[in-house]
Design a protein around this ligand. Structure first.
Ligand code: PLP
Length: 398
């Protein structure tokens, strides 16, 4: 295991597990390992902790605990919401989504299209925003569900989800939002929001990977995606990942307890980093609208440099960031998000995402600002970027 410290600026990909969360998990790995569905007390005890965790996560988003279904990840939650809408409304064959969703949505919609469904991928403006008039016009009588992410994982651009939910309600269409990038950064209140489905993933909130959540608004028809035992009140088969569920509950509790000025602190650090980069480095510019945007995210294009090179040289200085380019490991494609915003291939391939979190400090921001100008200058001198040059495999989108 490499124990050297890292300067971690990739919190939209995943977050460090909070030490308090690790502590919460341990008893479920060591002592309370019974099956929560078992009839004896040893099992019941475990089931009780699942319900405690559910109540804590419900408090984070102001829902009723009975509206929450634990899943294995954000991807499963997204797939489940769309799947349920199509199964419970078999007469409706159309799904409306956007061109900038996470692959957890796009790939599922591609699959649906190949298997006879109709999918519309709404375009976005150059600043990453959505045309709500176009969205409204694109809802058809046979639209089973509208699925629009709340905040974009690459640019941090926030969509006006309350307005979109209201449009869907007025059209009598189900609405799902992928809110995976929201918790801990912006408050979520599902009662105000009015969405029918909402996805979360615990590993973006200082809990482990492998646990997600689907909020299903009361009285919304739901059909499980994973069928098996009667777990999650018949809404998701499979023995519960108890340690991870407990971890999710504790992470939600910590996020709720975190003082309001913590979000302000992270925003100030992001603004210092972004301001420093834009003022110190010629040919650097932001991708996406300045506001409304996640307070922790900054996506910057560096003229005439490939992001791959930047990532490599920053890695040598123990700085973790990711390229704005997208999709799964090994892909040669530039970011589908930046391309949908009208970016050139060259710009998309020269973009880097910095995403901050709870454990970043001002000293770390200063460290990046000290190293980055030299990295860009070195790459510009040694390896001028050529439009159309074949990109190397890029990072995964997260
Ligand atoms: N949606 C968004 C916006 C994301 O950023 C991610 C993270 O990778 C996901 C969905 C998928 O979540 P998970 O990794 O839990 O499957």
């Amino acid at each position: 295991m490499n124990e050297s410290p890292v300067y971690y600026f990739d919190n939209n990909a995943t977050t460090r597990i909070a030490p308090e969360v690790v502590e919460t998990m341990l008893p479920f790995l060591k002592e309370y390992w019974g099956n929560p569905s078992s009839a004896y007390t040893f099992g019941h005890q475990v089931a009780k902790h699942i319900e405690e965790a559910r109540a804590k996560v419900a408090a984070l988003i102001n829902s009723d605990p009975r509206e929450l279904v634990f899943t294995s990840c954000g991807t499963e939650s997204n797939n489940s919401a769309i799947h349920s809408a199509l199964i419970t409304h078999p007469e409706k064959r159309h799904v409306l989504t956007t061109a900038v969703e996470h692959s957890a949505n796009i790939k599922f919609c591609d699959f649906l299209q190949k298997h006879g469904h109709d999918v519309t991928f709404l375009p976005v403006e150059s600043d990453g925003s959505l045309d709500l008039h176009l969205l409204e016009q694109s809802i058809r009588p046979d639209t089973a569900i509208v699925s629009v992410m709340w905040a974009n994982n690459e640019t941090g651009v926030i969509f006006p989800i309350e307005e979109i939910a209201a449009i869907c309600r007025s059209k009598g269409t189900l609405f799902h939002t992928d809110a995976v990038q929201m918790p801990g950064k912006v408050e979520i209140d599902v009662k105000e929001l009015g969405a029918d489905f909402l996805s979360l993933s615990a590993h973006k909130l200082h809990a482990p990977k492998g646990i997600g959540l689907l909020y299903v608004k009361r009285r919304t028809k739901y059909h499980p995606y994973i069928m098996g035992g009667g777990q999650e009140r018949g809404r998701r088969g499979g023995t519960e990942n108890v340690a991870n569920i407990a971890a999710f509950g504790r992470a939600a509790e910590l996020a709720l307890e975190s003082p309001g000025d913590e979000k302000t602190r992270i925003r100030a650090l992001r603004d210092k980093l972004e301001g420093g980069i834009l003022s110190k480095i010629p040919g650097a510019s932001r991708n996406g609208a300045k506001e409304p945007r996640l307070p922790n995210t900054s996506n910057i294009a560096f003229d005439s440099v490939e992001a791959e090179g930047i990532l490599m040289l920053l890695d040598q200085a123990d700085i973790c960031v990711s390229s704005g380019s997208a999709c799964t490991t090994g892909s040669l494609d530039p970011s589908h998000v930046l391309m949908a915003m009208g970016s050139s291939v060259a710009r998309a391939r020269s973009s880097v995402r910095f995403s901050l979190g709870r454990y970043n400090t001002e000293t770390e921001v200063d460290y990046v600002l000290k190293h980055l100008p030299g990295v860009i200058a070195r790459l510009r001198t040694n390896a001028p970027f050529k439009e159309g040059k074949q990109a190397r495999p890029v990072t995964q989108d997260a």
